[in-house]
Design a protein around this ligand. Sequence first.
Ligand code: NAP
Length: 332
Amino acid sequence: MDMEYRRLGRSGLQVSALSFGSWVSFGNQLDVERGEACMVAAYDAGVNFFDNAEAYAAGKSETIMGEILQRQGWARDSFIVSSKVYWGGSKPTQRGLSRKHIYDACHAAMNRLQVDYLDLYFCHRPDPNTPIEETVWAMNDLIRQGKVLYWGTSEWSAQQIMEAHMIARQYNLLPPTMEQPQYHMFHRERVEVEYARVYREVGLGTTIWSPLASGVLTGKYNDEVPDDSRVNLPGYEWLKEMVFSEEGQARIQKVRELTPIADELGVSMAQLAIAWCLKNPNVSTVITGASRVSQVEENMKAMAIVEQLDDDVMAQIEAVLDNKPEPGAFQL
Ligand SMILES: NC(=O)c1ccc[n+]([C@@H]2O[C@H](COP(=O)([O-])OP(=O)(O)OC[C@H]3O[C@@H](n4cnc5c(N)ncnc54)[C@H](OP(=O)(O)O)[C@@H]3O)[C@@H](O)[C@H]2O)c1
């Protein structure tokens, strides 16, 4: 089945429903050659959005992606590339969402990615030490200067996103178009409940992350830890601890219970988990991650199985997950 393209929120930007990100993999597991093979497999499957951040591998991830974009020579108007600002270094002026760091980080990301504008630029987290007003102005200025096309947030609360919109409205500035939240079968509250009013009021788009809960939802950790998996990487001990915590083990048990549903459909557990995210109409794009081409190829096929997830299958999944978030009385 062909790739589906969705509007990024209320904007006119058509983003592929499956996209590809470089967190953990680029610079830690993948060099230019191997990263290139993954990006080409994704692009050939119809992916038009590649996600990155200044923090990924301390900038190396963007440098690798920039080299790949150069080597491939894809038409600049055929792909969307992002960066995120927040963790740029250890000095006080190298982090957060001040006008200064946003300005410096944007230029550094464009240099590393070897592009003369960023399609999407995200505030990687809310910054309690910078007034939202300063951040909205800084993002608006970058857009007016032609360095950024759309700006957004990542892991901001509904209230913070709405505050940015109110400031933008007050001063006639460009508001955030999209948010990048964590969303997968085990992490649902924010995307399904907290943002409900934000979708309605301002047409928020979402570029959701970790659809496989860092691989847990593939079933790869059901019985053992494969040597070449993310949790074994130096610096990712925290992830291993999470996977093997009590909560992590409860999740793995759920994956075991979900596997027969995937088997019945003739798909892999990874494909079922990604397709489940795609079913949510408020998801503009599911950012996938991979450490090898075979994973990209497997994950891209999730697009084709979305239609197999009818009400009956979704109810079976819901019964196993047993974690449907309740709508709040007041959701902002
Ligand atoms: N905004 C944020 O704060 C934020 C945070 C995290 C991620 N993100 C974005 O979201 C993207 C995706 O996140 P993610 O990488 O955590 O996604 P994920 O889908 O939860 O995990 C991807 C990892 O799972 C394993 N995997 C993927 N497909 C597999 C398959 N078919 N079979 C077996 N293993 C498979 C691979 O790791 P191994 O092979 O190494 O095990 C792969 O790197 C990131 O690249 C980044 O762009 C954003």
